[in-house]
Design a protein around this ligand. Structure first.
Ligand code: GAP
Length: 535
């Protein structure tokens, strides 16, 4: 599937719009349209139901080391700045970036690639940020332009073998930046913290500085004790949260895949340190199965264990669930969700030390190893087992998913083109979004075949009845074939048609979006039929 086709369908049918589009848009921010908001909400609801509200804490689930409890939270986006100091985000959550002095563009250092080109006795490194599939053409075109070569003397240009990362290039003077026309316009790499800053109250300056959360996880850790004290929850248990997170990504790209404002669906699962490896295994499998149950093809998903040097500062083991997004070159995958073994890093960090009320929380203090000093709350965040009397700091397994990435993956997976006969039997190209019925924005559309003979009245009655249970849509305009096509593009799994026979015998047809099979059922059975098919 070509990504352009999906992007255009998303705009045309109201799944996704660029934020502030009438002002030219703003990079890295996306709005969900009328269909998109339903789709994303259904995904988040499915996650919340399957992981939290529908979780059966009395039954040991397959693969789980024991039974466990699940509960939820909804925390603020802006938290005490000390949270981010203690979590490590203030000091360590950064990317390296390079700026172009002439175009004023900024690039993530590790995302710029390029290759050495030789012509007219000069050797230059032609840098690019276009996708791997197109980088050959991009560097060739720009090198030709730089050396002022025409197609007829293209043989004067020679490229050295491999594409390299900019991080491997020692001398920036030889680099032709991704959008530059001259050499040496890129700055040396600099650290860039990804947290968005804001000001609380009327205080300008450092005292009023706060951050938009870059992850929802910290709200859970700082409320760990509150949850223990206000519920009768016992270890092992998980606390879940969905909500917006913000990261000032240097190069947002690939539609919503890397955005600056996005939504996360995170679980912090607290367990005894001795059991943490088993729980890590359990959550990796559990989360992988969730995506396939909702329709992602197993052959387009992988579970990738992080190498030692890839692990975040808090993690002793992380596996990513990755999906073969169509904007990536064949064989490459993009992260949907990370499942991290965080050990006791977070609770211990928030617990240790004591905040000095006179110190500026944003001034970095290093320990003798040059690492940021922990200055936590000084509160006891350990757990005491009432049965054994053992007191310990729980270990944490964190399945952390992105709601927008999941939505994008489901959209990519659903996009299908096929050919179907129209009313006259002529084959017509059809675009159909094969979304799983559970997450489809509209569950069923109701059509009177024609706008007369009592058909609209009966169709409206069915609509009013179903609307109390699901999101359904009524449409009486235009040829019925065109109405089917519109619903196929919206991903609506079932179309209910009221025809001449319906008025006579109180039956309607239900058309299945994927098989195109039509069955006739009594009007009284429509609700049960649709409900059983949605699952
Ligand atoms: N609490 C751990 C954590 O935040 P992460 O791997 O940085 O881990 C978790 O993020 C998930 O959040 C990712 O797997 C991805 O689905 C989503 N995510 C992260 N950055 C994102 C971005 N810039 N745009 C969209 N989704 C993002």
């Amino acid at each position: 599937m070509e990504m352009d086709k999906l992007v255009s369908l998303c705009k045309r049918r109201g799944f996704l719009f660029q934020s502030s589009e009438i002002y030219g848009g703003i990079q890295g921010f996306w709005d969900y349209g009328p269909l998109g908001v339903e789709l994303k909400r259904n995904i988040k609801n499915a996650w919340w139901h399957d992981m939290v509200s529908g979780h059966d804490e009395l039954t040991q689930l397959p693969g789980a080391p024991s039974t466990y409890e699940m509960t939820g939270l909804d925390c603020t986006i802006i938290m005490h700045p000390q949270v981010w100091k203690v979590s490590g985000h203030y000091d360590l959550f950064h990317d390296f970036m390079v700026d172009c002095r002439t175009t004023k563009r900024r690039y993530r250092y590790d995302q710029v690639r390029g290759r050495w080109a030789n012509a007219k006795g000069q050797r230059i490194f032609v840098a690019t940020i276009v996708e791997t599939a197109a980088e050959h053409e991009d560097t060739q075109r720009r090198a030709m332009k730089f050396f002022k070569l025409r197609a007829k003397n293209a043989e004067q240009l020679e490229f050295e073998d491999a594409f390299l990362s900019l991080t491997e290039i020692e001398n920036m003077h030889d680099v032709l930046g991704p959008d530059a026309k001259e050499l040496g316009t890129l700055t040396a790499p600099r650290e860039f913290n990804l947290m968005f800053k804001t000001i609380i109250g009327a205080l300008a300056g450092e005292e009023g500085t706060a951050f938009l959360r870059p992850e929802t996880a910290q709200g859970i850790f700082v409320n760990f004790k509150n949850v223990l004290d206000s519920t009768r929850v016992k270890l092992p248990f998980g606390i879940a949260q969905t909500g917006k997170s913000f990261r000032n990504e240097i190069t947002p790209r690939n539609f919503t895949f890397r955005s600056r404002e996005f939504e996360q669906m995170e679980i912090e699962f607290f367990c005894h340190p001795d059991d943490s490896s088993k729980w890590y295994q359990y959550w990796r499998d559990r989360r992988m199965n969730w995506y396939t149950a909702l329709g992602l093809a197993a052959e387009r998903l992988i579970l990738r264990e992080h190498a030692e040097d890839e692990l975040s500062h808090y993690s002793t083991g992380t596996a990513d669930i990755e999906y073969a997004f169509p904007f990536l070159p064949a064989g490459e995958y993009g992260e949907l969700e990370g499942i991290a073994h965080r050990g006791d890093f977070d609770l211990r960090s928030h617990m240790e030390g004591k905040l000095d009320p006179n110190s500026n929380p944003l001034v970095l203090e290093l320990d003798e190893h040059g690492k940021p000093k922990h200055r936590g709350s000084g509160k006891d965040l350990s757990y005491r087992d009432d049965l054994t009397g053992e007191k310990y700091i729980p270990h944490v397994i964190e399945p952390s998913a992105g709601a927008d990435r999941a939505t994008l993956a489901f959209l990519c997976e659903a996009y299908t083109e096929d050919e179907q006969p129209d009313e006259k039997g002529n084959m017509q190209k059809r675009i159909v979004m094969k979304l799983h019925p559970r997450i489809a924005p509209i569950k069923a559309a109701i059509f009177p075949l024609v706008k007369k003979d009592g058909m609209p009245e009966l169709a409206k009655k069915i609509y009013a009845n179903l609307k109390q249970h699901f999101n359904v849509f009524y449409d009486e305009k235009g040829a019925v074939g065109r109405r089917y096509r519109r619903q196929d593009e919206a991903g609506t799994p079932y179309c209910i048609t009221v025809d001449g026979q319906s008025v006579a015998d109180n039956t309607v047809t239900i058309r299945d979006r994927d098989t195109l099979e039509q069955i006739r059922v009594n009007v009284e059975e429509v609700l049960a039929e649709i409900r059983s098919r949605i699952g």
